[in-house]
Design a protein around this ligand. Structure first.
Ligand code: PLP
Length: 403
């Protein structure tokens, strides 16, 4: 098919990935070429906010664009929509990457929707308790609060020490907060506020031993850290692959453990809502949607696989460690990220005095550095982040102290 794209010089210019032999001999050159050749980020943009929204590389943009064109021309035999279909090919790719069975994985629009599907869909009676941490994202806790207002369930929060001493302290904090009325434990696998990696498996196993359902808000997990869902022992996990997994915005994932498939009521329904044999696909019968976005999601997963999730993790964590070391050397900053490497991936956070933040954010914006935070600052490092972006961030911060 002859492609006529609005941005032919951009997306369709995706080159093959740099050879991994280059990674072995000159890793910095490999990452530099990867950014230049695979991303549309202009050279002047330092983007350090993957924690909110990730960056789709060229093959992902090309996949979306191409599918939109094919769909609008009705060129292929596939129906250019989803919302009534099972999308097994797409789910299989995602499930393989995430480490679970395709039958347990539904496609949603984002983590917020997946979390709402769980919170709205579980049978809970007035007085039943949902326990969550005090660090939950509004997209993960909103639906529980709605049920509290509407159905009289009780939502209780457990404070998370920031930074914690170690992961055993986190398990103890969360599990010892479970009370006689606790039915559900809803918590983030990686905290949105500081990037802390929670000991998900240990918490889920201990909660199950107490008969408590576990719901993991995994918006930050896939793409940032390597893991397999089927080793986490959670009942539900919600994902937003647009953050760290190179997908375009508008796609999300919901994992549902076998034992929960029949306990969850669908929130959005079409005719198939009664078809339990569809397993997790029963929760994605949500009406007409753009399939182009899902083609982008698959292209994002393929992109991550081609580079290698472990290689990606090591790179983003090395950059985050560099950021942490810079930050720890500035006396005005109060570190929220612990020293222990196992407790953070590609997110580093610290508090700073408000006037310092105000001076710094003006400088960062003048340099077109895209940061996220307030006096609680969170830096996200991904494979498009350059070591010099991290260094420049802290040079600007040090200059802002002196100002
Ligand atoms: C932990 C966590 N959960 C949920 C969300 C919401 O993600 P989305 O807007 O993709 O639904 C975010 C977004 O930052 C998050 O950090």
């Amino acid at each position: 098919m002859k492609r006529r794209s609005l941005f032919p010089a951009l997306a369709s210019a995706a080159l093959p990935l740099p050879d991994l032999k280059l990674f072995d001999t000159a890793p910095e050159t490999y990452w530099k070429r990867l950014r230049q050749e695979q991303f549309l980020l202009p050279d002047w943009r330092a983007y350090m906010n993957n924690g909110s929204l990730g960056v789709a590389p060229k093959p992902v943009v090309a996949a979306v664009e191409e599918y939109l064109e094919r769909g609008a021309g009705m060129i292929g035999s596939e129906y250019p929509r989803w919302g009534y279909e099972l999308m097994e090919d797409h789910r299989r790719v995602a499930a393989q990457f995430l480490g679970c069975a395709m039958e347990n994985l539904a496609i949603t629009h984002n983590a917020t929707e997946a979390m709402s599907f769980v919170a709205q869909g579980l049978d809970l009676a007035s007085g039943d308790e949902v326990l969550m941490t005090d660090q939950e994202h509004t997209g993960g806790k909103g639906a529980w609060l709605l049920r509290e207002a509407r159905h009289g369930i009780r939502v209780r929060t457990v404070p998370i020490p920031l930074p914690p001493n170690d992961s055993a302290q986190l398990v103890d904090r969360v599990i010892s907060a479970i009370g006689p009325r606790t039915r559900v434990l809803s918590f983030s696998g990686i905290l949105t506020t500081t990037g802390l990696i929670m000991p998900v498996r240990e918490i889920c196993l201990a909660a199950r031993a107490k008969g408590v359902i576990t719901v993991v808000d995994g918006a930050h997990m896939h793409g940032q850290i390597p893991f397999r869902i089927d080793e986490l022992e959670c009942d539900f996990l919600a994902g937003s692959p647009h953050k760290w997994l190179f997908a375009p915005p508008g796609c999300g994932l919901l994992y549902i453990r076998d034992a929960m498939l029949d306990r969850l009521w669908p929130t959005v329904t079409t005719e198939a809502w009664t078809s339990r044999n569809l397993k997790a696909a029963r929760f994605m019968q949500v009406g007409t949607n753009s399939r182009a976005v899902l083609e982008g999601m698959v292209a994002g997963i393929r992109f991550a696989e081609a580079i290698g999730p472990d290689r990606i993790y090591r790179r983003i964590h090395d950059l985050a460690r560099r950021a942490r070391q810079h930050a720890a050397a500035i006396p005005e900053l109060e570190m929220m990220t612990p020293v222990d490497d196992r407790l953070y991936g590609g997110l580093v956070a610290f508090r700073m005095p408000r006037p310092l933040f105000e001076r710094f954010s003006k400088k960062a914006s003048a340099e077109k550095m895209w940061i996220y935070g307030s006096d609680l600052m969170r830096i996200a490092t991904h494979i498009h982040t350059r070591p010099e972006d991290v260094d420049r961030f802290f040079t600007l911060l040090r200059e802002s102290r002196a100002a």
